[in-house]
Design a protein around this ligand. Structure first.
Ligand code: GLY
Length: 336
């Protein structure tokens, strides 16, 4: 009893100091407190296109499917959408015109993880990641090894890039454009299953016209995704280079562990990164999170972003809170 109380006090103090030091968030906290607690599944994913994936994940859970099936088959919906230029076979290629896909998956029970990076020609990289987790002793396979493994597992291949993406790439190549200018998104999908366990997955084609072999945050455990069954789950989207250097999703879960709500945890992570990074709030990073109470939230850097939330009661797109340069104070403020 005493120990429990000490732990509680320690957590309260930890988060109190975080809240105090950074001037946290009265309104977001109030909103989350007011948020109806759901007892059923809560599914959260990045961007409006995640809603179709959420709906599929809910359908699977409602029919008694597992949390991992819901994550995998939910993400399939986005990977199958050839109009999506950031995920799956419809994704944008690298500088050589080759589509290299990244994905990972995590299971709260057993704290298991699987991941593939720079995999080529496989329709569902999320399934390759799941097979790595379930069928090997490893966590991550990359490049040709990842593809060989996926083929051996009987996973479906797909032609990529699509004709439309190839034409765009040729145009980019002829102009010798700088890869910096291109936007890309990612699907990260996290969920609290009806059995009280957390699961998550992430899938992307990454930065358009990236250097061959470039890997972003999405297949990095703790970068693009992190699940802790005792605490909650978090996922990221945006410029992977600005997430993976800071273990972004791990930070979000870590803030929740110390008592922050999901929105607070996402905001504090964006702020912590932005205070360290020379780019300040101009980072193109965004996080989503869900906790043990079924509360969810999101936050991003100054560019702003929207995300999808699905429960048995509703399925909708919400706007995440964006961290502005003004509220950050001086850039590099955390430095000595
Ligand atoms: N967030 C996806 C990437 O940067 O590759």
């Amino acid at each position: 009893m005493l120990t429990t109380r000490r732990v509680f006090l320690h957590h309260s103090l930890s988060i109190a100091s975080v809240v105090g030091a950074n001037g946290l968030l009265g309104s977001a906290q109030a909103k989350e407190k007011a948020m109806a607690r759901t007892t059923g599944p809560v599914i959260v994913s990045t961007w409006p296109f995640g809603k179709a994936s959420n709906d599929e994940a809910l359908r699977i859970l409602t029919q008694g499917g597992s949390g991992l099936d819901a994550v995998e088959k939910g993400i399939w919906v986005t990977e199958n959408d050839l109009s999506n230029s950031s995920v799956g076979a419809g994704g944008m290629p690298n500088a050589k015109g080759v589509v290299q896909l990244d994905a990972c998956i995590m299971s709260g029970p057993g704290h298991k993880a699987g991941s593939v990076a720079a995999i080529e020609g496989i329709r569902h990289p999320i399934s390759a990641a799941r097979r790595v987790m379930e069928k090997t002793k490893h966590v991550m396979l990359v490049g040709s090894g990842a593809r060989e493994f996926a083929l051996k597992e009987g996973l479906e291949t797909a032609e990529m890039p699509t004709e439309a993406r190839r034409r765009e790439w040729l145009q980019w190549k002829s102009k010798q454009e700088n890869a910096d200018g291109k936007n890309h998104d990612t699907i990260a999908l996290i969920l609290l299953a009806p059995d009280g366990h957390f699961y998550g997955g992430c899938s992307t084609s990454g930065w358009a016209y990236k250097l061959s072999g470039r890997v972003g945050d999405s297949p990095i455990i703790g970068g693009g995704l992190y699940v802790d069954d005792q605490v909650g789950a978090a996922g990221a989207t945006g410029l992977g280079e600005n997430v993976m250097r800071y273990c972004g999703s791990f930070q979000v879960v870590s803030f929740m562990q110390r008592g922050a709500t999901p929105t607070e945890a996402c905001l504090e992570t964006v702020k912590a990164i932005a205070r360290k990074d020379p780019k300040g709030s101009d980072l193109s990073i965004n996080f989503i999170a869900v906790d043990k109470k079924g509360r969810y939230g999101a936050a991003g850097s100054a560019q702003g972003f929207s995300y999808s939330v699905t429960t048995p009661k509703f399925s909708r797109v919400e706007t995440a809170r964006a961290v502005t340069a003004k509220e950050l104070g001086p850039i590099g403020g955390n430095r000595l």
